[in-house]
Design a protein around this ligand. Sequence first.
Ligand code: PLP
Length: 491
Amino acid sequence: MRNTIATRLLSDLSTPGRRGASYPASDVPVEPLASLIPSAFLADAAPQLPELCEPEIVRHYVNLSTLNMSVDTHFYPLGSCTMKYNPKRHERLSRLPGIVDVHPYQADGSNQGMLELLYEMQQMLGEIAGLPAVSLQPAAGAHGELTALFVAAAYFRDKGEQRTKVVFPASAHGTNPASAAIAGFDCVELAPAGNGLVDLESLKRAVDQQTAVFMVTNPNTLGLFERQIDEIARVLHDAGGLVYIDGANMNAIMGITRPGDFGGDMMHYNVHKTFTGPHGAGGPGSGPIAVRDFLGPYLPGPIVTQSTASDGTTTYAQTTPAKSIGRVRAHFGNIGILVRGYCYLRTLGAAGVRAAAEDAILNANYLKALLADVLPAPHGPHCLHEFVASASGALKDRGISAMDIAKRLLDYGFHAPTVYFPLVVPEALMMEPTETESKETLDAFAETIAKILTEDPAELKLAPQTLPVSRPNDVQAARNPILKWTPCVKD
Ligand SMILES: *Cc1c(COP(=O)(O)O)cnc(C)c1O
């Protein structure tokens, strides 16, 4: 049955005169507002606010909150997004008064604890990356990409080199070319190779003295490790260019190998993905970048530096790198997400971080094997932390598309995988179970997909049948959102 709760606006629920609280009559003489505030700052009329009592408001928002799927309510195998469980302990710790009550304009001397935390975060991120210079500022992965490209541009400008091109493979996340274009570079896309990996020969043809950066996700968006990454880096470095590692897939390699060790010069993290910041619905994120020492002087500031006095006391200070590109965000970006990531890293430690990556890989391969007969993944035989299955067989045989499967999964209480990305796989369903899911959950998910593939294809086109909205026109929904829900389907 279709869920129709919480589909009215607060203004629809309003009853004139209704209040959340009633106060005793005031014994203080009433002053007209105009005698307290200059008339230029007063509105002509009071705003038309909805009038409701407290339980009405609470029910409205609690019911609304149940209309969305979340990691706390459902299995959420949204490929590329690393929707792992966010431990509640991190939420508690990040709300400690010593964390939430510090002010960024406090003098450094009164803020040593927070600066120490951020310094240690810089160190840990530098260590996991194998790239020692870190800026915590960028607000998300895409912002990290843009920031790093500005850093690269400043570096080449400083060297007096004119480099105009950024190259990326066809499997790249859409943010890669978007960041390159916004940073003022020309985008060059490599033709896809049959095995899903970068084709070295087309890379060699594309890279020249005008190439500034090659952006590559490793493991890539098919969940495959670029085995020739050393060779790829050599091609770039021989031409004087830089290698950018899109670190959105760090969940597959953290603690196992490091972008700096396999030839990367710069990378971003998605702290909200890899290190358990709650995400989805647009933020807040955190996308620190890590770069080689020679690029460190161009990073945005502030950076936390540590110094030890002769008596052994350690102090932390905020500094701006010598040739900094300037700020890309106030202070240290979204500190709340950095604190959660810090909790995650300190809780797991080096061995635990590696174990998390290994379990993520195990879960993805287990799910891939369970689905091999019904929804095969064209690339393999093994994957890292995610894989891309194709519904093109189901479409050809029974008319069931990737979208039909994704929509029907919602009726069965599973969030859909990422669909139609990467573009190199037809009818793509990109699945990333993460390490935080049990075998039972993965079994149930695979059984559900197998069942959906036996259902009536005409019925599947109507899915989901249990949610208030079924299949909005995606383009219209983004361009022309209808914020007021009106029932369009009768139960
Ligand atoms: C998520 C993602 C990004 C963008 O990161 P945001 O934090 O969402 O800005 C870039 N590349 C890949 C491969 C991603 O999965």
